[in-house]
Each structure stands twice: as C-alpha cells, then as structure tokens.
Design a protein around this ligand. Structure first.
Ligand SMILES: [Mn+2]
Length: 334
C-alpha cells in the first residue's frame, strides 16, 4: 500500500495532516508528502505522475485544506485509477459529487477550519486538541480557538503561546514560491511528526523562535508603509516588491484588521508574474451582512475565499482602480 498526503502549507493544512497521521500512522517508506505555499492550492495533480509507478487500487491519497473545486479534475482522475481518496476541507466544494472511493469531510461553515474537521473525525476524536487550537488561531478563528482552549482547561498563558505559534506557522506559508519561505512546508511537516503536544514541540525545537524572529523583522519593514487609500470604511495598503513583503502579507493583513475592527482592509503585494497578490479582510465587527471579503475577490479573475478573508492571486496593475471601486461598493457604510 502506498500513501500520499497532500496539504496546504499553512498552519491549518500542516496541522490537519499532522493530527490525522498521529492517529493513523503509516510507515515512512510508504508515505509521500505534497505541499507548497499557502496560495499553491492546485496540489492534487502533482500526485498523478506518482501514481504511474504504483499498482492500481494500491494507493490512498489524503487531502487537507485545499479547495475541492480547484482540484476536482485531478481527484476524478485518481478515483478513476482506483485510488482511495479521503478529503478534509472547509473551502467551497460546489463540484463535489459522491463516489464510493471518496470519503469527503467537507464543511464550509465560517466557524470551522480543516484541523477542526480532522479533530472531529472518528479516528482522532479530539485527542490532539492543542494542535487543533494552534490551527484555529493560525486560520484567524480567534474566538473559536480561545473557547476551545477554555473548554479544555488550558491556562491563559498557554493559550497565548498556542496563539503565537499558530500565527507563526501561518506566517511561514506566505510567499510567491517556497524559496520565499523560512521553512519548506514538507520539511516542517516532518519536524512536527514526533510531537503529540504543540507546547512540547515549542520547547524542544527551534522552529518557533526562528519564525518569530523572521516575522518581527518583516513586520518592522511593514510598519513604515503608509496606506495607499484610507477612509472610515476601508484601508488599502500596497507593499513593495520584496520577499519580506510576500512573507508578512498575511500576518500584516490580520494585524491591521484587528487594530481597526470596524474597517475593511486590503493588501496588495507584487508577485513574480508582475501582478499583485491581494489579501482582503472584511471588518471583524461587520455591521452589514453584505460586508464580505469574498464578494470583492470573486469580482476578479483568480479571486476567491471566505466571508471574513479572501484573496486574488494575480491582480494586474491596470485593475487596481477597479479593485478600489469594488472595495468601495462592498464596504461603504450603507
Ligand atoms: Mn484552512
């Protein structure tokens, strides 16, 4: 039997896979990992060439935290080759259809992340709750994560540590390519493997300290950037073309959203293709139900996301003014 784990390189993807494999271990020699940067989500097709060397019906592919819709064709191909596919995700899956060899654990509620879905899976059943909390913080589900921490009687100082670790792991996934990242997600996944408790990982490994240092340095660069457009309804930032800008964009977007909870935010970061990667955050305290980050994102090619947080993969410079008008249309007060 051969196993392939495919996971988003962010905190939620890494931890979803980590928990699943803690509960369902397989020999390392039979397991391959596929991951990438946070926005590198068309990952499932990378498993197809690996299958050519396998006997059909002898493989199991488990997928975490990447949109089913973006991977549907590759999943279909795996299924048609007799591969068992298990899917855990919380992004849009409008193309999902049942198949006897597909075990889909998909829930798009805004209060879940993929690690929570794995936490609920019968094989895991909440056993690695502290990791779930790290992942929920990483996906910026602050209230959900904090409540889980209190319910598990975790001390407030430890909840704060899990929060900082989730943010740091999430920070590591942002970049144009894996060369922008401090750690390659597949390497990080292997370093997590021995640890059933994230606090133990934080004590024993240098990963957290390294990420924290890098994040502080990147945030220092970001602190001097003045908003490109700002008014009471929304603020738009435009970063320069630099690796620090690509790495820190997610953390920075969350920080500015938290410091101005009634305002929407967007961050434009130049990418290697000559376009802009755009992060959009709805106001944390939304006063109108149509104040949704995904409403802005889906108006542009390559845009998508969720109610609170969404993005556009490659916004051409000439469309920036159109983007600002869309921010205005969605988030202006009325
Ligand atoms: Mn996620």
């Amino acid at each position: 039997m051969h196993f392939i784990d495919i996971f988003n390189g962010d905190a939620d993807g890494l931890i979803a896979r980590h928990q699943y494999r803690l509960a369902n271990p397989v020999p390392a020699a039979q397991l391959q990992l596929i991951s990438g940067t946070k926005r590198d989500i068309a990952l499932v097709s990378r498993a197809l060439p690996m299958m050519l060397t396998q006997e059909s019906g002898e493989a199991e592919v488990t997928i975490f935290d990447v949109s089913y819709d973006r991977n549907e064709a590759a999943v279909d191909q795996l299924l048609s080759q007799g591969v068992q596919v298990r899917y855990f995700d919380h992004h849009r899956a409008s193309l999902l259809k049942p198949h006897p060899a597909l075990d889909a654990n998909i829930d798009t509620a805004p209060t879940v992340c993929t690690s929570l879905l794995v936490d609920r899976h019968h094989s895991v059943n909440g056993r690695y709750r502290r990791w779930t909390i790290v992942a929920a913080f990483g996906d910026n589900l602050i209230e959900v994560a904090t409540k889980l921490g209190h319910a598990a009687s975790i001390a407030p100082t430890e909840i704060a540590q899990l929060h900082a670790f989730g943010e740091a792991l999430n920070y590591n996934a942002y970049g144009d390519a894996e060369t922008d990242l401090v750690f390659r997600p597949v390497d990080l996944a292997k370093r997590l493997e021995p640890y059933a408790d994230p606090l133990e990982f934080m004590r024993a490994e240098t990963v957290f300290a390294t990420l924290k240092q890098s994040m502080a340095s990147d945030l220092h660069h970001a602190a001097v950037v003045v908003p490109y457009r700002t008014n009471p309804a929304y603020a738009i930032y435009r970063f320069p073309d630099a690796p620090w800008a690509r790495r820190v964009s997610g953390v920075f977007a969350n920080r500015i959203a938290e410091s101005n909870p009634t305002r929407a935010h967007a961050l434009l970061t130049p990418n290697a293709g000559g376009n802009f990667t755009v992060s959009i955050r709805a106001p944390i305290i939304a006063t109108q139900s149509h104040h949704r980050a995904d409403y802005v994102a889906i108006a542009f090619a390559g845009g998508g996301g969720r109610v609170g947080a969404a993005g556009i993969n490659a916004l051409p410079e000439p469309e920036i003014e159109q983007f600002i008008r869309k921010m205005e249309a969605v988030f202006s007060q009325s």
